[in-house]
Each structure stands twice: as C-alpha cells, then as structure tokens.
Design a protein around this ligand. Sequence first.
Ligand SMILES: Nc1ncnc2c1ncn2[C@@H]1O[C@H](COP(=O)(O)OP(=O)(O)OP(=O)(O)O)[C@@H](O)[C@H]1O
Length: 226
Amino acid sequence: MEEQVLISYKGVDINQQELGVLKGVDFELQKGEFVYLIGKVGSGKSTFLKTIYGELEIAEGEATVLGNNMRKLKRKHIAPLRRKLGIVFQDFQLLTDRTVHDNLKFVLQATGWKRKYEIEERINEVLKQVGMENKGYKMPNELSGGEQQRIVIARAILNKPEILLADEPTGNLDVETGRMIVELLREICAQGSAIIMTTHNLNLLGEYPGKVYRCESHRLVPVTEG
Ligand SMILES: Nc1ncnc2c1ncn2[C@@H]1O[C@H](COP(=O)(O)OP(=O)(O)OP(=O)(O)O)[C@@H](O)[C@H]1O
C-alpha cells in the first residue's frame, strides 16, 4: 500500500511560555496508523498534540499537518484544519445546556451542514457507531463518565476526520470502560482515521498494540514500531 503521510515533523522545538518543552522532535503519522504517546506527567504529551491542531506555535523546525505548513499557519487556516481533525481533549467538553443530539447538531451546523435530513442521518450514524443510539435525548449530566466520553468521540468523528487526537481518553474511567473506549477508537481507526492517543495506562499497549512514542527529557522518542 502506498504510504500517505498525514503529519511530518522534522527537528521541531516546542515551547510553553518561552520555556522549552520538547526539542528536536521528528515524528511522522501515516494514514490509518494508531499511535500512542506515553510519558510522565508534565513531559509534554498534551503540548505536542496542541501544536498539531494549531493551538500552540512551533518555535523551530519543519512541521506539516494535512498539507499545512504549521510554521506559516495563519489564524484563518486554523478552523479549516480543525474541521479535518477530530479532537478528544479535556478542554473540549460537551455543552451542558443542551441534549446529546443538540451537541452533535451544533457541531454539524457550525461546520457547514445545512440539510436537516442529512444532519439527522449523520447524528444517528455516529450515535450508533459509539453504541449510544438511544441516548440522543439525554442531557450530558445524565450520562456516566464512559457514556460522556463516547459522545465526545461521536462528536469528534462527525466529519470523518483524517486524524483523531485523543488526550487521555480513558483517564477518568474504570479499567473495563477504558478498554471499551480504546476498542471504539480502534474501530474508528480501522474505518480510516489515523489516531494519536496519549495515555498513562501502559496495560493498554500490550492489549491493543500500536506504534508507541515516549516523551522524556524534552525529547519524543520512538519506542516500538507497533
Ligand atoms: N498553558 C501553559 N502555560 C505554561 N506552561 C504550560 C502550559 N501547559 C503546559 N505547560 C507546561 O508544559 C509542560 C508539559 O505539559 P503537558 O501538559 O504537555 O504535559 P503532559 O505530558 O501532557 O502531562 P499529563 O500527563 O499530566 O497530561 C509542563 O512543564 C507544563 O507545566
């Protein structure tokens, strides 16, 4: 199969408030890959992901994400880039003032979907995919943590992203629920989205193999080839 590079970082330095977090990052993500990012608390995993969706500037090096030169990314390019990414992050919680269905509808409308029946059909599809087809009418606070995470994932895949970024998607969940979330992410990967997921749960790496990178001592180091 021909390789298709979705993300390419070469010699990238990443800072937070002028302080160096990661240095000399070489990283490549190919179509359909499942990549884990591991490393201690504060080692730079979330910071690295933030550069991919244009939340944080890159200080040095060459970086391309879905054809965008991230060193020259203008503000106006950020929204179109994010539409091609699915983001599952603590900072992107569900809106608490509306139902699950309306959370999903809000994103579709904000990303240009107009036809009512297409919107309804896509909402039904993603809810089915995450095993929540009968929960559209619920308010987010009426769902368990694992169910909320499923809806956050449903929201992230609405526009069939080429890349899905998941920051600690199993973080607040019990072991079994966490495992089900990873299985869901793997299904999504099998359907064509490449996935980068940060985790502290090293047991998952054995159960669900993938390529692994570790953040340590300000470096991003490849650990296995998956
Ligand atoms: N908004 C910010 N402003 C300044 N420094 C920050 C900011 N966010 C993170 N940092 C610093 O950047 C470094 C990396 O943090 P980051 O959140 O990327 O780590 P992490 O590996 O994702 O940790 P965790 O496993 O706890 O999520 C830390 O030293 C942190 O203090």
